[in-house]
Design a protein around this ligand. Structure first.
Ligand SMILES: N[C@@H](CCC(=O)N[C@@H](CS)C(=O)NCC(=O)O)C(=O)O
Length: 213
């Protein structure tokens, strides 16, 4: 089985690991699947050859023999289904782990992305100063709920799963915001994710390509 993913030719984050290929690399590292990476420029991402793999002209994509996928939720779920190590064997625990993948992507990530938009892309708008605290509050509310659910546990539902991989990946974008530090159990949760050897390998691989020259 040959696996090829796409990633930014050069990530705009300069190797901080925030581009979404990192979560796919991480999943592949967790299950011990070797993979190749095809770097794509911003221009090439919007051209027909890439649009055939990703209708929205984004990265990452995933190719495995004659299967092509896009969307990190679907890709990580596929990897977790095919290879042992990211989903529990027990059917109910498995369903709950999958629920956490969806929760990360559809309930937690949108508020975090909205914050990034408000802080970076909208900071010059006349209404930015009024809007920012509202957006920050929405993030805090989500984190408060997540923090309450995690409590003192290491992972969201028993052992580490694809649900944790996705949740940690989503929360990593908040590291520089200061907001994550308001929730020590979530900061520790993210640090536990980052300490996993598979995450370290994934991070190092993308760093090698994207580190400042
Ligand atoms: N929901 C998608 C989001 C993919 C996405 O936003 N990718 C970013 C990189 S992290 C991208 O390609 N941005 C460039 C663009 O949208 O033009 C997923 O999870 O795969």
């Amino acid at each position: 089985m040959t696996i090829t993913i796409t990633a930014f030719e050069r990530s705009p984050d300069g190797g901080k690991g925030l581009a979404r290929d990192t979560r796919v690399r991480w999943a592949l590292e967790e299950v011990g699947q070797p993979y190749q990476v095809r770097g794509v420029s911003f221009r090439a991402m919007k051209e027909p050859a890439h649009l055939a793999f990703h209708p929205f002209g984004q990265i990452p994509t995933y190719e495995e023999d004659d299967l092509a996928l896009f969307e990190t939720g679907s890709i990580v779920f596929h990897i977790a289904e095919r290879c042992a190590g990211l989903l529990p064997d027990d059917a109910n625990a498995r369903a709950r782990a999958i629920t956490w993948i969806f929760a990360a992507l559809s309930t937690v990530e949108p508020t975090i992305l909205e914050l990034a938009t408000a802080r970076v892309l909208e900071s010059d708008k006349p209404w930015s100063k009024e809007r920012l605290p509202l957006v920050e509050e929405r993030v805090r509310n989500r984190l408060k709920q997540l923090s309450a659910r995690l409590g003192n546990a290491d992972w969201l539902d028993g052992t580490f799963s694809a649900g944790d991989l996705m949740m940690v990946s989503v929360l990593l974008r908040l590291k520089s915001s200061g907001i994550l530090d308001e929730f020590p159990n979530l900061s520790a949760y993210v640090a536990r994710g980052e300490a996993r050897p598979a995450y370290k390998r994934a991070f190092a691989a993308q760093w090698e390509v994207n580190k400042p020259a």
